[in-house]
Design a protein around this ligand. Structure first.
Ligand code: NAD
Length: 278
């Protein structure tokens, strides 16, 4: 009854060469799942796949595609069919923020340079971040879930974020996109409920990774920025999370342990979302 039942399943992990998703892919491989490390960066994807095969003796392949390019995802699907088989699990992990969609000031006072505020946001930067996080979840679901409909079984796990519930200052595109990911998770869960595909999400709290290091650590001194300090003060466990802490929730959502669970978003955030700050 409490079996994970994951052995020999096939999982696609988008953004699989990244910090969180490479760890997630490894946790699936440790349970006997054959993994597809799908990433823009072929070399980095191949490296993660090779590490997985060496460490877990489970088939893993690196596939280069963009989650924003449907044709490249379709050609990835073809390659996956030829090399591994049909897909059972999709982890929509590619995502992130960019300095190009980040305001310099948190709250306007009224006398600062407009370029440092909401008014200075470049729409191209906004679009890039919004699309990567939202359309980058939608398009792989559209392409890879076709296999799951065929077998009337499958699990999609979207990677959302803490700022999907309440937006963080400075990063409106990333916040809006992750909020849209939560909404889409529920929408797709309902849409797929009768064809045996479950759709859920994980909302990680704060991890120190490439996408946010520039906001949290002062490059010159290596000290915590005021924003970094605020995060630690706002996190009841008073620390950052680490990628390995996401994997238990992933295995739960990807496996038969959560057979009747669909359309939920689970925070893995060291208590951040529970805390009012007082
Ligand atoms: P990361 O930057 O380490 O990895 C992202 C990966 O996605 C990279 O390997 C990159 O090459 C790939 N990628 C980028 N654009 C792509 C595209 N168009 N198509 C295919 N691949 C593409 O990121 P991370 O910090 O491990 O974050 C993984 C996920 O977790 C993201 O969705 C992120 O928003 C989310 N998240 C991160 C944090 C955090 O604190 N780091 C917190 C909450 C949520």
């Amino acid at each position: 009854m409490n079996e994970l039942n994951l052995k020999d399943k096939i999982a696609v992990v988008t953004g699989g060469a990244g910090v969180i998703c490479s760890t997630m892919a490894k946790s699936l491989a440790a349970e006997g799942v054959k993994t597809v490390i799908l990433d823009l960066n072929q070399e980095a994807a191949d490296k993660v796949a090779a590490e997985i095969e060496a460490e877990f003796n489970t088939k893993s392949i690196g596939v280069s595609a963009s989650v924003l390019d449907k044709a490249s995802l379709e050609s990835a699907l073809k390659q996956i069919h030829e090399r591994l088989g049909t897909i059972d699990i999709l982890v929509n992990g590619a995502g992130g923020n960019s300095p190009a969609a980040t305001t310099k000031v948190e709250k306007m006072e009224g006398d600062e340079n407009p370029d440092d505020t909401f008014f200075g946001l470049k729409i191209e930067g906004f679009d890039k971040v919004f699309d990567l996080n939202f359309k980058g979840t939608l398009l792989p679901s559209m392409v890879f879930a076709t296999d799951m409909v065929g077998k009337k079984s499958g699990a999609i796990v979207n990677i959302s974020s803490m700022n999907s519930y309440r937006p963080l200052t400075k990063i409106p595109a990333y916040s809006a996109a992750k909020s849209a990911v939560n909404n889409f998770t529920q929408w797709l869960a309902v849409h797929f409920a009768k064809v045996g595909i479950r759709v859920n999400a994980i909302a990680p709290g704060f991890l120190l990774t490439n996408q946010n290091r520039f906001l949290l650590i002062d490059e010159a001194t290596g000290a915590m920025t005021p924003r970094g300090k605020k995060i630690i003060n706002g996190t009841p466990m008073e620390r950052y999370c680490v990628p390995e802490e996401m994997t238990g929730t992933l295995l739960y959502l990807a496996s038969d342990l959560s057979k009747a669970v669909t359309g939920i978003i689970i925070p893995v955030d060291a208590g951040f979302s529970a805390y009012s700050g007082v």
